[in-house]
Design a protein around this ligand. Sequence first.
Ligand SMILES: Cc1cc2nc3c(=O)[nH]c(=O)nc-3n(C[C@H](O)[C@H](O)[C@H](O)COP(=O)(O)OP(=O)(O)OC[C@H]3O[C@@H](n4cnc5c(N)ncnc54)[C@H](O)[C@@H]3O)c2cc1C
Length: 501
Amino acid sequence: MNIRSKNWQLAANKQFDVVIIGAGINGATIYSRLCSMGYRVLLVDKGDFSCGTSQASAMMIWGGLLYLKNLDFFSVFHFSKDRDKLIKTHGKEIDPRFFRYIPNRKWGRNKFLVYLALYLYWILGNFRRQKPSYQKTYQELKFLCRKKSEGSFIYQEGFLKDSDSRFVLNWILSHQTEDSFALNYCLIDEAVYSARDRKWAISISDTVQNNYSSIRARVILNCAGVWADAVNQQFGIQTPYRHVLSKGVFIGLKRPETHQAPLIFEMGEHGDTLTFIPWGPISLWGPTETMENSIEDGFAINPRDIHFLQYHASRNLEPALAASKIISLRCGIRPLAVDRTFKADCYPLDISRYHKIAADGGRPWISVYGGKISGCVSMAEEVAQKVGRQFRPSLRNLPGLKIPEYDKNRASFPGLQEKFPSIDWCVQNEFCCTLEDYLRRRTNISQWLPREGLGFQNENREHLGSLARQLPAAEGKTPDNHVNEYVAKVNEGFDRLMAQI
Ligand SMILES: Cc1cc2nc3c(=O)[nH]c(=O)nc-3n(C[C@H](O)[C@H](O)[C@H](O)COP(=O)(O)OP(=O)(O)OC[C@H]3O[C@@H](n4cnc5c(N)ncnc54)[C@H](O)[C@@H]3O)c2cc1C
């Protein structure tokens, strides 16, 4: 029996201390923190784990260098502290990495000001990272469109080794016991609070197989990212905060041979920057930063986003690279926490990225707003303290942290040298239900190969068929259905957009 089916069996009429809605980075780290304190926790996501913004980040564990431009020393100090704590405690998943800041005399900041800012950044990080330095020439110059080097500044941050989705998944997989577990593709249909029992009665249902259950919990945590406002509205919860939505898009290009360090370019607008990040066989160019009014628009890439990125690529990268075929796309919405009365008429980068936590006055319900991957540890700690003030953990014998060993079972995929965990492993142990779960979040295949892994000429379609045969039985779905559904999604998304460029 795979882990998902087992957890559904365990969920029958179960009592929990805490139910967490949303398994992005916020929900996953809070889940892990509460489990290690001895709380009995259920973590649910309406889709796959990390299927929201947490699969679309730049994967940088950083101290928030850019926020220095708003003199937001508070965020920089705290993000730097969290970055270094994460690098120390999660060395298996995070690499300390040198980044290269490339100033631009024509449209960027003064070079000496940049150097000074990097020193200040290093000081705010309490000297824990390597000292910034200046380098006149560097190997990445080979694919930049500049004739002459204006030099570059090197400074150190952290970077996720595998991916952001894997990072989220690892927090979740590290605690799967009879008392605390997670369920993806799980909806909360109803949640009613009884003041007499001081418990929530919650109905949950499975959107993949025919499962449902009634459970009880003492507290509900809303960690639904950009959907947090909608979830609060559904259950009649009011908070002093709301989210402003800032869309971020990356394009994936073939990685130049000499591309080693993540590069930071000055955009010349709003004091913002663009990055070129080496990741496996591709390099990610972006992200955009645009204010959106709806979640649907925020997760839909449009030709304007691509034209914007291509225009800036042509100003910085050599013409052949800038115009090369787009291999993959990546899009997420930054959930920016603001006061409910905030008028969002500024550039999104000017809004603080720090999280806010709101406990409901009437019912035991805590909402998490904003946050970043880099700041996940202290955010989780703060939420855990809030829960701790309400009641003590139920379990006396604390469950140990189990670091998942997913790299034992390795499989290959046509066109990639990298090896991945096999689909069978991911189904049995990692809640994998669809081709997209496997290709996008359990592995990086759909980001590293053209057309989400299908190949420019559909050359991998047959291979997807053999993968689909190993997926778990889902209501009325054959392996062919899985493949056809995947191909249709690529046609309607990636192909349609490319046809408009
Ligand atoms: C382009 C871009 C680049 C970024 N780069 C970085 C970076 O380099 N470093 C960094 O630290 N941060 C970065 N960020 C920010 C970071 O990615 C986000 O702040 C973070 O991923 C948000 O996590 P979250 O858990 O709040 O939301 P999400 O990851 O969106 O998770 C919310 C989850 O809730 C689920 N959900 C929603 N409604 C329900 C419901 N009713 N029931 C059950 N589940 C529900 C969703 O399915 C989703 O999985 C970046 C963001 C963007 C957009």
